[in-house]
Design a protein around this ligand. Structure first.
Ligand code: 13P
Length: 251
């Protein structure tokens, strides 16, 4: 009932030329994939070219961030309508690398999620705990605060359009994947929280992706968990072969 989403976050990799080569290869490899929404998130400079290359295909384009104002004197930022215009359908918001290195807070995430929704972009809102928070038994406390903070003031109808990505920070780029049971526990709790905040119907339809060292050889077991509705993939999305295998996960 929930269509799975497999999204590739390319982070700060790939020139325009490299991006185009990657999506040409990918497009051919996943042309027959059905029942899954495929998304790639290039750097800002490659979005337009990648979106043009993917026009008419079964792969959509996301940004890796978005600013909350439409236009203005905000040097270095890109607004939601501009991303839509360049060919994006999705926007990754609040990735842990932005929280860690660029001062992203629950408040800025909230503003960005609202702005993305207003422009018709689907937010992929990222949450996740640090290793020390997990070890201190604070995982759910941290994730709840991030989810609540990110969707403050958003109507249930709009919450229904959001995708949440649970990415435990200790699992990102480390080769250390959360076990399916560890991920499932948090995903289930996020769904219960959304049920409490926006109603059961919204919660039942909400896509919750797992991210953190998802690879071709662990995607299947993760996707077998009831509340895991897809993956946000970093490193393994940079090669067409491995990303295509992830897209074609089997439960
Ligand atoms: P890796 O798959 O490289 O661990 O990255 C995960 C991630 O941060 C996706 O947004």
């Amino acid at each position: 009932m929930r269509i799975p989403v497999i999204a590739g976050n390319w982070k700060m990799f790939n020139t325009v030329g490299e991006s185009l080569a990657l999506v040409r290869d990918l497009k051919a490899q996943v042309a027959d994939a059905q029942g899954v929404q495929i998304v790639v998130a290039p750097v800002f400079t490659a979005i337009h070219a990648v979106a043009a290359e993917l026009k008419g295909s079964n792969i959509a384009v996301s940004s890796q961030d978005v600013y909350w104002e439409e236009t203005g004197a905000f040097t270095g930022e890109v607004g939601p309508a501009m991303l839509k215009d360049a060919g994006c359908a999705y926007a990754i918001i609040g990735h842990s690398e932005r929280r860690q290195f660029f001062g992203e807070t629950d408040d800025t995430v909230n503003k960005k999620v609202k702005a993305a929704l207003k422009a018709g972009l689907i937010p992929i809102m990222c949450v996740g705990e640090l290793l020390e928070e997990r070890e201190a038994g604070k995982t759910m406390q941290v994730v709840e605060k991030q989810v609540k903070g990110g969707i403050t003031g958003i109507s249930s109808d709009d919450i229904a359009k959001i995708i949440i990505a649970y990415e435990p920070v200790w699992a990102i780029g480390t080769g250390k994947t959360a076990t399916p049971a560890q991920a499932q526990e948090v995903h289930k709790a996020i769904r219960a929280l959304i049920a409490a905040l926006a109603g059961t119907q919204v919660a039942v339809g909400l896509r919750i992706l797992y991210g953190g060292s998802v690879k071709a050889d662990n995607v299947d077991v993760l996707m077998r968990e009831e509340d895991i509705d897809g993956a946000l993939v970093g490193g393994a999305s940079l090669k067409a072969d491995s990303f295509a295998r992830i897209v074609k996960f089997s439960k």
